[in-house]
Design a protein around this ligand. Structure first.
Ligand SMILES: C[S@@+](CC[C@H](N)C(=O)[O-])C[C@H]1O[C@@H](n2cnc3c(N)ncnc32)[C@H](O)[C@@H]1O
Length: 345
């Protein structure tokens, strides 16, 4: 059976950072007003599945059409059972990509665990080569960790990997209207650190978000953004990049609220799982909002083969292409795993 479903598994809610633009919202806001909307994430983690429930489901994945899992959150590497979960996934021959803020990579047991189970890739988030900018928008909850610890964490992983191919190591940056030149600067840093890939991802914020006006990319940002992307793709850095069609997709989400995608992978080759076990076609808030009650499902107490049967044929057209889903393209093109990019490398 071909296992061509990718799960973006937002595994746990807690995080050691408090990024004010985060998809999860902030603890401080949610303490005042708990989110009530279907699909709304929260670092407060009031409904995260138990360890037992997570593992019971994970053990069924090997008999399903799921072939690749991105482990995200929240911060997956601060969850103590994470390495054991990776062991279960790798025993089922599933490709695993860990999405992390990088700070836990300073722990030798974490790095050893990632290496010993042969994780395919580790994607580390860093928004700027400038520590001040990064730590403004990606502040740690303990007030001590930040850019420096992300860099030492990456260096530890690169060094410990030595000559091995895996894990491939990459940087992901959230691009806002305040850090457009960093599209090139973070790539340069990634190349200098010995990383393998780089993905600049546009910030996705609701119009009502308190940082929407300050951070969201606007039509007047398109020219500098195109220039930054052009410089990146012509840079010759030894890094895999998203396909050359990605910058155009990013720009289209700045100029248009929504668009149409023929043959969309959401709900077909991609599924999104939340910490409470909810399963959605993709992380798009537009798509989640229009999911009928009968299509709302959970991994809790369920078997992956029933939830994710082998897929055949093409995905459906989707008229809800937006800022929320543009960031799924680099995942599905597996920039983190194989060199499918048209970038310099
Ligand atoms: C939610 S984090 C979870 C994994 C891990 N804690 C990390 O920092 O990478 C996954 C990715 O989403 C990005 N992200 C969070 N909120 C975002 C937003 N509103 N728009 C675009 N990307 C966002 C983060 O920067 C990170 O690269």
């Amino acid at each position: 059976m071909k296992r061509h479903i990718t799960l973006l598994w937002s595994l746990r809610s807690p995080c050691n950072l408090g990024c004010p633009y985060c998809y999860f919202g902030t603890i401080e806001e949610h303490r005042v007003k708990a989110p009530a909307q279907a699909g709304q994430l929260s670092h407060l983690s009031r409904a995260d599945l138990s360890v037992k429930e997570v593992f019971a489901f994970a053990r069924t994945l090997g008999d399903s059409a799921v072939g690749r899992v991105f482990l995200a959150g929240g911060e997956p590497l601060i969850w103590p059972p994470l390495i054991d979960l990776i062991a279960v996934l790798k025993a089922a021959e599933i490709e695993v990509v860990v999405c992390t803020n990088g700070i836990p990579l300073n722990r030798p047991d974490v790095v050893d665990g990632l290496l010993s189970y042969g994780v395919e890739a580790v994607s580390v988030s860093l928004d700027s080569a400038d520590p001040g900018y990064n730590d403004r928008w990606r502040p740690s909850r303990n007030g001590m960790d930040g850019w420096d610890q992300v860099i030492t964490g990456i260096r530890a992983l690169v060094e410990r990997r030595a000559e091995r191919v895996h894990p491939r190591i990459g940087l992901y940056s959230v691009v806002t209207r305040l850090n457009i030149p960093q599209v090139v600067e973070v790539a340069k840093l990634a190349a200098n650190l010995g990383c393998d890939y780089y993905v600049p991802q546009p910030v996705a914020l609701e119009r009502t978000h308190r940082f929407h006006d300050e951070l969201s990319l606007r039509p007047e940002d398109v020219v500098p953004l195109r220039e930054a992307f052009a410089e990146l793709y012509e840079s010759g850095f030894s890094l895999s990049l998203p396909r050359s069609t990605f910058p155009g997709q990013v720009v289209s989400t700045i100029l248009h609220e929504t668009g149409t995608v023929a043959d969309c992978f959401g709900g077909h080759r991609l599924r999104f799982v939340q910490p409470d076990g909810s399963v959605w076609d993709c992380p798009s808030s537009l798509k989640i909002a229009e999911t009928p009650q009968g299509r709302r499902r959970t991994i809790k107490g369920r078997n992956a083969a029933e939830l994710f049967p082998a897929v055949a044929g093409c995905g459906a057209a989707c008229g809800l292409f937006s800022r929320d889903c543009v960031n799924m393209w680099p995942l599905m093109d597996a920039v983190a795993i194989s060199d499918t990019s048209e970038g310099p490398r």
